[in-house]
Design a protein around this ligand. Structure first.
Ligand code: ZN
Length: 204
């Protein structure tokens, strides 16, 4: 069978053996349940894996990923995960993590036809339109795309704050929303300091 496919099966065996060798109860303990403190909303890009870049382990982060880390109010997939993470798992922090060099963000800056995904990227075009004065003043296309990645994260954190799920949680407990951008070139996250801790942090 295809070598690149077999690599995954082998890799999984090595993973399971290594974990069991380090801690014989590792999987037994994990199988009892999860109580992650964080919900991660990130880009599907293969170079931005939530656990790996934060040095966290299985069970620590509840993850939702889509193209360009969008929080769309009609996305039942995202809203279902958000509700479960906030209500059932009682996550304390929600992190929207975008990244520089995002293909989705770059594609949204063009008028080229990409297929069905253009409907999804429409949301980023809206962010561009909202910030066009600032963005059009940037001459370098890469710098412009990187700034749009940041502005996109800020907008998605705002979208998150506007959901009934987050607002309902704020009515009786603490829940912190954060916006990050990850650098593919240096492996570091930049905290954009768009922290929303409650109703007072959003537009009336
Ligand atoms: Zn991306």
């Amino acid at each position: 069978m295809n070598k690149s496919y077999q690599k995954l099966i082998k890799g999984n065996q090595i993973y399971a053996e290594t974990k069991k060798f380090q801690n014989p109860e590792y999987f037994e303990n994990l199988s009892k349940g999860q109580k992650p403190e964080y919900l991660w909303i990130g880009c599907s890009d293969s170079r931005v894996p939530a656990n790996e870049i934060t040095s966290t382990h299985s069970g620590e982060i509840f993850v939702h990923r889509n193209i360009a880390n969008l929080v769309v109010h009609t996305d039942t997939n995202l809203l279902s995960g958000l509700e479960y993470a906030v209500k059932s798992l009682e996550a304390k922090h929600i992190i929207v993590c975008g990244h520089y060099g995002c293909g989705g963000v770059k594609a949204a800056m063009t008028n080229t036809y990409h297929g069905f995904v253009d409907n999804w990227l429409r949301n980023i075009k809206d962010v561009y339109f909202k910030n066009q004065e600032e963005l059009q003043a940037i001459n370098n296309e890469d710098d412009k795309a990187n700034r749009l990645s940041e502005l996109n994260v800020i907008e998605q954190v705002r979208n998150l704050a506007k959901t009934t799920i987050v607002q309902e949680a704020w009515s009786h407990r603490e829940l912190h929303l954060h916006g990050w951008v990850y650098g593919l070139r240096d492996g570091l996250v930049k905290d954009l300091s768009v922290i929303h801790n409650g109703q007072e942090d959003i537009d009336s």
